[in-house]
Ligand binder design. Structure first.
Ligand code: GLY
Length: 431
């Protein structure tokens, strides 16, 4: 079998899981990881490229005979890296800049949903110069809670659930004046609040067709019982028992494929992974948000179950030939516990020595997200989210127990993790 060189962009836990899955493919020649992280160094060659500099990426691809580029994070997608590479006849997995607006612009996504009858919360959107109208709306409405969202990418910091008028006014002020949010707040979306439990469904798309990959539940809040500040995600499990196969089929038919069809009719075919964040309301599933990439840490619990060669899936999606691929997944459950630095998602210290990572059982997957190595090769903390411990099992409970047993072997000063990952799922299955 001939092999191909692959470039994977990104360096978090999601990309570590992607690199692990890609490396299992017999089709891989050299896997280049830009920038990757210390946990990924046995999977490929870590390279330093400025991925916002499209010419530099192209030059690297040409010099190293890269045949497929996989883009992990949303930023290079929203910046149009895939368009640039495709314009230069290079294959890339991920949506175009225009299609990535499903994540990059909340108002764009809402307008698509409205036009194609996709169930979601009612909304209104305001250009920057119309914010006095938004202010008037907040002053006059009697419907709370209300959700205020910055339109653009805001690294999870642009969404405010406001229980009353006072909170909504403060959020509006914050969105208007916070320097870190101003780039994302060129437009504002105000939405109805949806009550229910959240679940995320992931599909692979080729511009016309979509196929379900998996579904998972994340834990976005820092504290047990879903309390405290929002984070990038403190743990995930898949499949989430809140949905059965019929429920997922229904979501595919009524939400995911209609979005892909709608985008195609708009002349913006969507290729890559579609992350569909849903609220299971009393009226049925409704879209909370779309993202244009794998979830982090959801990716870490979905890819271990994938039996089909991920390279076949990605190449078929990039080539518009998903119909030729059968996506097979195992029936096992996977659970991921995120180990974080004390203080995260606020300020935290770095440089704490990490021990115990070489004492883990062979069937535990350890993905790095915020680590570095010192000159003596010791592993140190280097981020808010530090490590992802992933375990599989025939039952959800089995995977959860195995993951926590592995967590107990790891230590660093200030190590924080939630002890209730998958609790909601366990309540539903009992197993
Ligand atoms: N885990 C949430 C996200 O990836 O956006």
């Amino acid at each position: 079998m001939s092999t191909m060189n692959v470039l994977l962009i990104g360096g978090g836990g999601r990309e570590h899981a992607l690199a692990w899955a890609v490396k299992k493919s017999p089709q891989i020649g050299t896997l280049f990881l830009a920038p990757g992280n210390p946990g990924m160094k046995n999977l490929g060659e870590l390279v330093s490229i400025d991925t916002s500099n499209h010419e530099e990426v192209l030059e690297f691809i040409e010099e190293n005979n890269v045949e497929l580029t996989i883009v992990g994070p949303e930023k290079p997608l929203v910046e149009g890296l895939v368009d640039y590479l495709e314009d230069h006849d290079k294959k890339a997995f991920g949506p175009s800049e225009a299609a990535a607006q499903l994540e990059g612009s909340k108002s764009f996504a809402k307008e698509i949903m409205k036009k194609y009858d996709i169930p979601t919360a009612g909304f209104r959107s305001y250009e920057r110069e119309e914010w006095s109208e938004a202010q008037k709306f907040v002053e006059s409405t009697n419907v709370f809670p209300l959700v205020l969202k910055a339109d653009g990418l805001a690294a999870g910091k642009g969404v405010f659930v406001c229980k009353n008028r006072d909170e909504a006014q403060k959020a509006l002020e914050y969105l208007q004046n916070d320097p870190a949010l101003s780039a994302a707040s060129y437009r504002l979306v105000i939405e109805e609040f949806m009550e229910g439990e959240e679940v995320s469904v992931f599909a692979i798309c080729d511009g016309e067709e979509s196929k379900i990959l998996a579904w998972a539940q994340d834990h976005k809040r820092i504290g047990e019982g879903d309390t405290g500040l929002n984070t990038g995600g403190m743990g995930a499990y898949s499949p989430a028992p809140i949905l059965d196969a019929d429920g997922v089929r229904n979501i595919h038919q009524t939400i995911i494929q209609p979005v892909i069809d709608g985008m195609a009719s708009e002349g913006i075919p969507y290729k890559g992974v579609l992350y569909c964040g849903l609220m299971m309301t009393s009226e049925g599933p409704k879209v909370v948000e779309f993202n244009c990439r794998f979830g982090d840490p959801e990716c870490q619990v979905m890819l271990p179950a994938l039996k089909t060669d991920i390279i076949d899936v990605m190449v078929a999606a990039a080539n518009g030939k998903l119909g030729h691929i059968n996506i097979e997944v195992s029936s096992d459950y996977y659970t991921c516990i995120v180990l974080a630095s004390e203080g995260y998602p606020g300020a935290y210290e770095k440089g704490k020595k990490i021990t115990g990572t070489s004492d883990l059982p062979e069937d535990i997957l350890l993905f790095h997200c915020g680590t570095t190595e010192n000159e003596s090769g010791e592993l140190l903390t280097n981020g808010g989210r530090v490590l992802n411990v992933v375990a599989g099992g025939k039952t959800l409970r089995g995977s959860v127990e195995k993951a926590y047993q592995a967590v107990d072997k790891i230590h660093f000063d200030g190590m924080y993790f939630r002890r209730d990952i998958a609790k909601k799922g366990l309540t539903k299955t009992g197993a």
